[in-house]
Design a binder for this molecule. Structure first.
Ligand code: UGA
Length: 431
């Protein structure tokens, strides 16, 4: 078993650290937020992520997992140092690498000879070379430290399962011996391991997210067309998905993709293409279609409210960027709620996991802790996140609370026939 440092105690870092400890490695997770380190050391996991609190608790109890302040403190004795720090969207859509760079400078002087620094953060093509150069310039003995790219493919909400049951492990490195050492860390997982050069590994990550975003924009446009020709996009997606070349996943039409990854990574890949003079037309459209899809939902809600949002009361169910997470970053629901408020509507929202925090992010948004209360006096109820619990509510009670029985289901969560039976005017996406 190996000694591993994980730098960054966010979604990716914490999942990586807890899962490596679960696999039997000795893991120290370094973060520069003292409060976070303190609470993680007590087993308090700050994010809603299935299975993660249990793994963190088990790691702490077995002493295979610990948390320390600073990257250097975590890295100094490790054989492998995984960089799991944020790469937020910077100017012009480019990925902002300043945190990765700062960490590389910080750990360079303390790294143990023969250790390997592994980029797990989503970093632009060429970042492995950048990290190697920064290590060498800041005190690492050149030629003694390996650098590899090992992108993550974790989905929020199922990150632990995605780590422990991956579809593939990608390791990009110019030195095959180093790549083999990194691959050994995953030997107990049953997954294909693909060893490539660093640039290809970095591209695999961006191209994967960009392709999934493309699937979503594609099905959203098919859905819009379905509305024009009276087809049902759910049936269409099912019929397409049986073809294994297409597959069922990521063909759910909705309000457009959001979250901390797709919007940012699509922009970053577009920016990378632009810097080398390549026009990635398809991806530009994927992004544009996504923006238009948000607009379309606002229009649907306005139409359901009688043509204007001004003075209307809208009940919103769901605020997170998808279900089973408490993450609000780049949530289509928040973007839509903002637009409704700007249009003059009173918006009263319920979310099972993140209501209170959302209230602080959207001026004028009223947040309540009960889905029925959100519907009090509403002209339209709109479902913006696909929380399963919303499906099973008492719709007689919902209808009785509303001023008018109108639903815009931006996630196709509810059963249209059941809604119409209860006298709701129901509108989904592409059905
Ligand atoms: C995404 C990828 O799925 C992960 O593989 C990747 O590791 C991660 O980004 C990352 O780069 O870190 P995540 O952002 O957690 O994971 O969320 P997804 O489940 O991919 O959903 C992204 C967005 O697309 C959500 O807003 C979701 O509602 C939307 N979506 C997804 C659809 O509108 N339709 C679908 O069929 C699927």
């Amino acid at each position: 078993m190996s000694s591993i440092a994980v730098i960054g105690g966010g979604y990716v870092g914490l999942t990586t650290a807890a899962c490596f400890a679960h696999l039997g490695h000795d893991v120290v997770c370094g973060d520069n937020d003292a409060e976070r380190v303190r609470s993680l050391s007590k087993g308090e996991v700050p994010v809603l992520e299935e299975g993660l609190p249990e793994l963190v608790a088990a790691g702490l109890a077995s002493r295979r997992l610990s948390f320390v302040l600073t990257a250097a403190a975590a890295a100094k004795t490790a054989e492998f140092v995984f960089l799991c720090v944020p790469t937020p969207q910077g100017e012009n859509g480019a990925a902002d690498l300043s945190i990765v760079e700062a960490v590389a400078r910080e750990i360079a002087p303390v790294l143990r000879p023969e250790s390997v620094v592994v980029n797990k953060s989503t970093v632009p093509i060429g970042s492995a070379d950048l990290v190697e150069r920064l290590l060498n310039e800041n005190g690492a003995v050149p030629g003694t430290i390996g650098v590899a790219s090992n992108p993550e493919f974790l989905r929020e909400g199922s990150a632990v399962r995605d780590f422990l049951e991956p579809h593939r492990v990608v390791i990009g490195c110019k030195d095959t011996e180093v790549a083999v050492r990194v691959s050994e860390l995953y030997r107990d997982l049953r997954a294909p391991i693909l060893v490539t050069d660093a640039a290809s590994a970095e591209m695999i990550k961006y191209a994967s997210n960009a392709f999934l975003a493309t699937k979503i924009s594609f099905i959203n446009q098919v859905a819009n067309l379905c509305e024009e020709v009276s087809a049902d996009v759910r049936e269409v997606a099912l019929g397409m998905g049986y073809d294994p070349r297409i597959g069922f996943e990521f063909l759910h039409a909705g309000p457009g993709y959001g979250g901390s990854c797709f919007p940012k990574d699509v922009q970053a890949l577009l920016y990378s293409a632009q810097t080398v003079g390549y026009d990635f037309q398809l991806l530009r459209s994927v992004h544009d279609v996504n923006q238009i899809q948000h607009d379309r939902m606002v229009e649907k809600i306005a139409n359901a409210a009688g043509g204007s949002l001004d003075g209307a009361t809208i009940a919103v169910w769901g605020l997170t960027f998808k279900a089973n997470t408490d993450d609000l970053r780049d949530s289509p629901a928040l973007a839509i709620a903002r637009r409704l408020i700007d249009g003059g509507a009173t918006v009263r929202a319920y979310d099972p996991a993140a209501g209170e925090r959302a209230a602080g992010l959207v001026p004028g948004l009223e947040v309540v802790s009960d889905p029925y209360e959100a519907c009090d006096g509403a002209d339209v109820l709109t479902v913006l996140t696909e929380w399963d619990e919303l499906r099973w509510l008492d719709f007689e009670r919902v209808g009785a609370a509303m001023r008018q029985r109108r639903i815009v289901d931006a996630r196709n969560l509810l059963d249209p026939a059941a809604m119409r039976q209860r006298s709701f005017a129901y509108e989904g996406v592409g059905r």
